[in-house]
Every structure is written in C-alpha cells, then in structure tokens.
Design a protein around this ligand. Structure first.
Ligand code: NAD
Length: 492
C-alpha cells in the first residue's frame, strides 16, 4: 500500500539528499510505495524556486526514470522553502506549507522529517518543530537523523535530550546506513533460518569472529572534518562495527518483530565487556597511513593530506578485540579492523569454527564461514574434502555463493530500504538510544586512552592491510586475519 505522508528534508541542497535521498524516494515511487498522496518539502539555505528544485530532483534521478515525463511527474511532488534553521519565522512558513500540502495531497497529517544536515543543527530543528507546533500530534510523526550521533557520550546524550523534547524514542530513527545493506539483513536469515548454523552459533563451536571494513581510498577532501571530528574509531567502530557485532552475537529473538529483535540487540550492548586499563592498551590498536606506492602510483601520507595538521595523531586505522559476556559467546574474541588506504576495498565477516581432533595425522584447517557485505554480496563456507586421486590427501574446498547485486541493481539501496522501513514504522534496522549510549561508553574509554597517549600510534604504508601491530594482535590470541588481500604495494 502506498504511504500517505508529507516528507520534510532539512538539507535539501546537500550531497546526501541529491545522491541518495531523491533516488531512493523515486525508487519507492516507482515500486508504488509512494504514489499520489505524498509530497516532499525541501529546505536549505539557498533561495531556490520550486522549478529549480524540481530540476535538481529530475537530474538526480535521470538514470532511474523510464521517461522524462515520469521524472517530471515525480518531481512535481517536490516543494522548496529557503530556510535558516535558527529563524523562527521560517518555521511558521514551514507549518503553513505543510498544512497546505497535507490538504492538497490528503496525507492524513502524517509527517516524516529527515535531518540531512550537520548534527549541530538537529537540536535547534527539533526544538522549533515542537515550539512552532509543526509536530502537533496529528497523524504519524517520525524523525530520521543522520550520523554521526554525537562525537562522544556527552554530546550524544545532549543531542538525545534535545530530540526527546519533541519526539519519543519510538519516533526517532537513527540512521546507520550499513544496517540497510542487503547482506547485513541476510544475517537474520542465515542465523535463524538454518538449523545447521544456529545450533553451532556459540562458544563451543566458534573460535573467533573477524569483522573487516576496509577502504582503498584515503581521506580525500574530508581531511579537515576527519582530522577534527573523525578518526576510524568514531567514524566506523562506534556505529557500524558494533551494530554488526550485535547482529552476529545476539540471542535468537522469540519472534521476528522489531520489539524482540531490539531487546536481544540491546542485551548484547549491555554485555559488551568493559576492558581493564591494561586491556585498553593491549586489546585496541590505532594506526595512520604513511605515503606509499601502489602499482606504480604514489600516495601521500595522511599528514600531508589537505587540511590535516602535519603532526596529526588522528587514526585512519583501528583494530581491536571485543568480548561479549553472554553465556553464548563468553571469551570468544570478536576481532575488528577498519582503515583507509588499505590494499583492497571490502566489508566482510569471517567466522572461524573450532576444529575437531584429526585422525589423519595432519592438523585440520578450520571451517570458515564468510559473509560478504560489499562490494560483493553473499556467503562462502570453507570445508575440508579429499583431493582427487588414489592417495588419501585432504584438500580445502570453498562453497561460494556471491553476486555483485548492487551493480546488477538487484539489491535496494540502503536508503531506499531504510526509508521504506520508516514509512512502515519498522525500527529494526535503526540504532536505539540504549545501543548508542552503550557503544559510546565503550568507545570513550578507548578514545581517552589514545588521547592521553597511553597507546602508540602505529604507522602503515599506504596500500598495505594496516600496521604490523594489527597482525600481532591476532597472533597473540593464536590466530591470524583470514582475509589477507594480495598486497601489491612497492617498498620505497
Ligand atoms: P552537505 O554539506 O552537502 O549539505 C548540508 C545541507 O545543510 C545543505 O543543504 C545546506 O544548505 C544545509 N544547511 C547548512 N546550514 C544551514 C542552516 N543554517 N540553515 C538551513 N540549512 C542549512 O552535507 P551532506 O553531505 O548532504 O550530509 C548531510 C548529513 O548526512 C550529515 O549529517 C552527514 O554527516 C550525513 N552523511 C552524509 C553522507 C554523504 O554521503 N554525503 C553519508 C553519511 C552521512
């Protein structure tokens, strides 16, 4: 059924809106999830006309539309208001437009607000939405907020308080776009629709879990922002890594409902082990890329990137070990690593199973289940078989099911999936405040250790898979990184 709703986007002239939000809304329109009873109000500082805004929307969906008429018909639902988030007058105008459009499109007072701007504005917007009665309790009222949700526990708590002044927790949808990815959602099916896996998904059978988020790119033009507010730990671990970990470590929910899933996820966040002072120094490592030459192409060091301070201590790589103190996973290490300027791009999870005692006179290779999240999507399972021939010799085989579904258009864009979920009031794939709070508590501890220089900053060559210390981290636990893409960086 198509939704009846007026969507208001704050930050309508921005990069995210044009690259992701308009195309995603268009796909929902094409699939019938949005039809005649919807309109979009775009707000941003620039003084755009409705005609100009429509042309921006048409341009952003030009690859997706079947015809120019279809694109124009979709764009006709878009209205623009030049808006300064701190100006009360503008909210009064916004309310008027909202009411007019509600009448015209018969949207039953349903409202969706998408904050696609720098988070420093979120509190002001929420406050005005309430004080100017745009949030008026009529119809459904939902708020989508972009990342980052704070830069530490204190700022995240403050932001949360500000949002709660206008919206309840059930109305707030905190985006973590990784949760909209096809293979992340597939983890539910893998774990809870296959007795084969669910029965062995515990400390008796799983030796360790490895989560990798690797980027080939450097910090690019985001240098200034990354150097002051970012770093790998805040940018990738507090949100995406810990969210993914919670899906891998959670207990089976009693039903596949948002309430039951959320309850099990929150439990994992509460069970995350708080590292001791010593463990903070030994279980987590930070790195920063140096210059390097890959396939003959030279890359500059992080400290030489534009808008980065020459003595910057910001980490472009982080690795570490989390433990979940649950009966299911007690003492099973969840290793993670994430970094920029690495050998290859890839987000994946390797689950290494324990191995049985060998009767063959040679040690057995453990089975590894790999979940490929991007750029390819799918699973692989390595199992031991016999080499063809008269002699009995063990050989490794890999069952591999993989697609490049994003390229073939088979997988929805995460934003399409996530907006669809919000329209259906499904918060399964969003971060609950309890999850955000617990993750910041843990990340703040690591950040403090690093800020006080109680752990070294390890440098790594551009094009490598991170500093040596990341490999040693696993060696100390008697294991190694399963995914080791072929490095082709030339020594210099
Ligand atoms: P952007 O800088 O391209 O756009 C910012 C928008 O905010 C513009 O439309 C601008 O007009 C508006 N704006 C700024 N100050 C304003 C004010 N005082 N009053 C009214 N409008 C004002 O930013 P973006 O890249 O689109 O990112 C938006 C949000 O999404 C940020 O929170 C960002 O962290 C997050 N995000 C973006 C991406 C991405 O791919 N771009 C990915 C993940 C998260």
């Amino acid at each position: 059924m198509s939704a009846k709703v007026i969507v208001t986007i704050f930050g309508a002239s921005g990069d995210l809106a044009q690259r992701k939000l308009y195309p995603s809304l268009f796909r929902l329109y094409k699939s019938g999830n949005l039809s005649e009873h919807f309109a979009v109000i775009g707000t941003a500082r620039r003084p755009w006309s409705k005609e100009y805004f429509e042309s921006v929307v048409v341009e952003s969906i030009s690859d997706l539309a079947d015809s120019h008429e279809q694109a124009q018909e979709f764009a006709s639902h878009f209205y623009y208001q030049s808006h300064d988030v701190a100006d009360t007058e503008h909210y009064i105008k916004l309310k008027k437009l909202q009411e007019e459009l509600n009448e015209r499109y018969q949207a039953e007072h349903n409202k969706l607000f998408f904050l696609s701007m720098a988070p420093q504005f979120f509190g002001t917007i929420a406050k005005h939405l309430k004080s100017e009665n745009i949030v008026d309790g009529k119809g459904f009222e939902r708020l989508i907020v972009e990342k980052p949700f704070g830069t530490d526990l204190a700022t995240a708590s403050q932001l949360n308080e500000e949002l709660l002044a206008a919206f309840d927790e059930e109305q707030i949808f905190r985006i973590d776009h990784y949760l909209g990815k096809e293979m992340i959602q597939s983890i539910f099916a893998l774990r809870f629709a296959n007795l084969l896996f669910e029965n062995i998904w515990n400390k008796d059978y799983i030796d360790n879990v490895q989560i990798t988020f690797a980027e080939k790119l450097g910090v690019e033009e985001r240098g200034g922002y990354y150097d002051t507010s970012g770093g790998a730990l805040r940018d990738m671990v507090q949100n995406h890594t810990l969210q993914l970990l919670s899906l891998l470590a959670m207990d089976k929910p009693s039903t596949f409902s948002k309430e039951d899933i959320r309850q099990e996820k929150i439990k994992v966040f509460q069970q995350l082990r708080k590292p001791s002072q010593k463990e903070l120094q030994t279980l987590f490592i930070r790195g920063q890329y140096k210059s390097g030459t890959v396939n003959g192409k030279k890359y500059i060091s992080y400290r030489s990137e534009p808008n980065v301070t020459p003595e910057s201590m910001t980490e472009t790589f982080a690795a570490g070990t989390f433990f979940v103190d649950s009966p299911r996973f007690q003492d099973v290490p969840f290793f993670f690593r994430t970094g920029k300027r690495l050998t290859d791009k890839g987000t994946l999870v390797n689950i290494t199973f324990k191995q049985m005692e060998s009767i063959f006179g040679v040690p057995l290779t453990p089975n590894v289940l790999t979940i490929f999240i991007q750029p390819t999507e799918g699973f692989s399972l390595s199992i031991n078989g016999k080499e063809v021939g008269e002699k009995f010799q063990l050989a490794g085989n890999t069952l591999d099911y993989r697609t490049n579904a994003t390229a073939s258009g088979a997988s929805p864009d995460p934003y399409e999936k996530l907006i669809y979920d919000v329209l259906h009031n499904d918060s399964t794939n969003f971060s609950h405040w309890e999850e955000v709070r617990a993750s910041w508590e843990l990340i703040d501890q690591i950040e403090d250790t690093w800020a006080n220089n109680q752990a070294p900053l390890h440098f790594y060559q551009a094009g490598s898979m991170g500093p040596e210390a990341s490999f040693e981290l696993l060696q100390q636990q008697g294991t190694s990184w399963i995914w080791q893409p072929q490095a082709n960086n030339d020594e210099q």
